[in-house]
Design a protein around this ligand. Structure first.
Ligand code: F6R
Length: 247
């Protein structure tokens, strides 16, 4: 595990983008595992800028995203497909036919999960998986649980998540109640993992994940068992790790 300390969100974003860009430069046909959320937005902006400057070519890249809400189409501005299009795919020369996000509209959820595992497998696995981290240590939609989930699966969103999301929708009926997510097993089988974290709200989860016991109650703690994990975090997110003299 390597920890790259950045002074703030901007420096974190640039460092993470440099690592992802290095991956694409070294292996132009890389399979990237991608994440949504607020943390990678700055990183995607840098990748876009370098693509526009002619310094980074996405033409052979493929991607698989971690997760998607169930019941939302890719046109819905709350969907993760929409997020990826607007934050990255629409702005770089990636072939969108080779960008995969779990199918939020699939009627047969089990088949959709099996299909997604198959997609990852048929691409030859993930070269570099990008992760954010939840304040409770979640990765993808793998929330604290009694066991680590292996493959892509359906999760019921907690009541607090449903309530928090309600403001983005016209009625309560429209708010997603479930999501489809890669499992911890899918994530762990990536060749390299790049985890980005910013802000004080992540400090405890980051410390527990990297230095606490490995437990499904802190899903990101499993990363301690991965052979090639890079963490790019800003000083606010690293506060506890720094205070304990671990870096
Ligand atoms: C996103 C995802 C989530 C986020 C995490 C952190 O695809 O799967 O696990 O990475 O919730 O979100 P932000 O970056 O918004 O703090």
């Amino acid at each position: 595990m390597i920890i790259y300390a950045a002074k703030d969100y901007e420096e974190m974003s640039k460092k993470a983008a440099q690592i992802m860009a290095a991956q694409i430069t070294l292996k132009p046909n890389s399979v990237l595992g991608l994440a949504t959320g607020s943390t990678p937005v700055g990183m995607y902006r840098h990748l876009t800028e370098w693509n526009h400057a002619g310094e980074l070519d996405f033409s052979q890249v493929s991607s698989v995203n971690l997760d998607e809400y169930r019941g939302l189409s890719g046109e819905n501005d709350q969907s993760y497909r929409y997020f990826m299009n607007t934050n990255l795919f629409d702005h770089v020369n990636i072939d969108k036919a080779r960008t995969f996000v779990p199918d939020g509209l699939a009627e047969d959820a089990d088949a959709a999960c099996a299909d997604y595992n198959e997609i990852i497998c048929s691409m030859g696995g993930i070269d570099m998986q990008l992760l954010g981290i939840g304040g409770n240590g979640h990765i993808g939609f793998n929330e604290p649980a009694d066991a680590f989930a292996q493959g892509t699966h359906i999760v019921d969103l907690t009541e607090s998540t449903i309530q928090a999301n309600a403001r983005f929708f016209e009625s309560m009926d429209d708010v997603p109640k479930q999501a489809i997510t890669m499992g911890v097993g899918n994530i762990m089988s990536a060749d390299k993992i790049l985890l980005v974290a910013s802000g004080e709200a992540k400090a405890e989860a980051l410390y527990n994940s990297l230095y606490g016991p490995v437990t499904p109650q802190v899903p990101a703690s499993i990363l301690q068992f991965h052979k090639n994990v890079m963490i790019v975090a800003d000083e606010a997110a690293l506060r506890i790790i720094r205070e304990k003299g671990l870096i």
